[in-house]
Design a protein around this ligand. Structure first.
Ligand SMILES: [Zn+2]
Length: 208
């Protein structure tokens, strides 16, 4: 048996786009227990191009929609294209994204707001998807950071998880949680206590 995976996207205007994503085979006569059904490696090799296709289409849609000025509905000019490297659970991708010039209809506030707009920034804060950061935080809280990185790489076609960058991201998330909790408690206790210090411990298995 040969399996061919085809990606098909249907857009709001009714147009569709099809792309072959990949294929794998399961020859009937040579099927072994370890070749039964879809394998982890098959899934990982499919998820990477699938994520890429979805991302590229979404970025294209966001870029087109962002050109429309919310004030006067005219199309805003593209200032330039910048390379962005969004990091996701299913891989890290290099994409070109436009920066949009602010509309002349709003010249006064434009001067105050600054340069061209980057429509993708709000979708990839910290250059990563929220789902990736959430899983890194969850696994990092349950395991040593090195082990968390290893688990992610076993199951996902994500980019190489360097435990030091995982630690930095984990620390950043801890600070964000701390800041949001402190902000809530500060409202109720009207500044009676000092800001708590966030602490996290990275465990490790030591042989012998
Ligand atoms: Zn305008």
């Amino acid at each position: 048996m040969d399996v061919r995976i085809i990606f098909e996207a249907t857009f709001e205007n009714g147009t569709t786009r099809k792309r072959p994503l990949g294929r794998f085979s399961r020859p009937f006569r040579s099927t072994q227990p370890e070749g039964f059904g879809m394998l982890l490696e098959d899934a990982k090799s499919m998820l990477w191009p699938l994520q890429q296709e979805i991302l590229l289409d979404q970025i294209q849609q966001i870029s087109v929609a962002s050109r429309v000025c919310p004030e006067c509905s005219r199309a805003r000019a593209i200032h330039d294209y910048r390379t962005r490297v969004p990091d996701t659970l299913f891989g890290r991708f290099q994409v070109k994204a436009p920066r949009i010039r602010r509309c002349a209809c709003n010249a006064k506030s434009d001067a105050a707001l600054g340069g061209p707009l980057s429509p993708l920034t709000r979708f990839f804060p910290d250059r990563s998807t929220s789902e990736l950061r959430r899983l890194q935080a969850e696994l990092g809280a349950r395991h040593s950071l090195r082990e968390a990185a290893r688990i992610m790489e076993i199951f996902l076609p994500c980019a190489k998880q360097v435990n030091t960058s995982l630690r930095n991201r984990f620390g950043k998330i801890a600070r964000e949680i701390n800041d949001s909790e402190y902000a809530e408690s500060a409202v109720s206790s009207a500044g009676k206590s000092a800001a708590p210090l966030p602490v996290f411990l990275d465990g490790a298995h030591i042989r012998s």
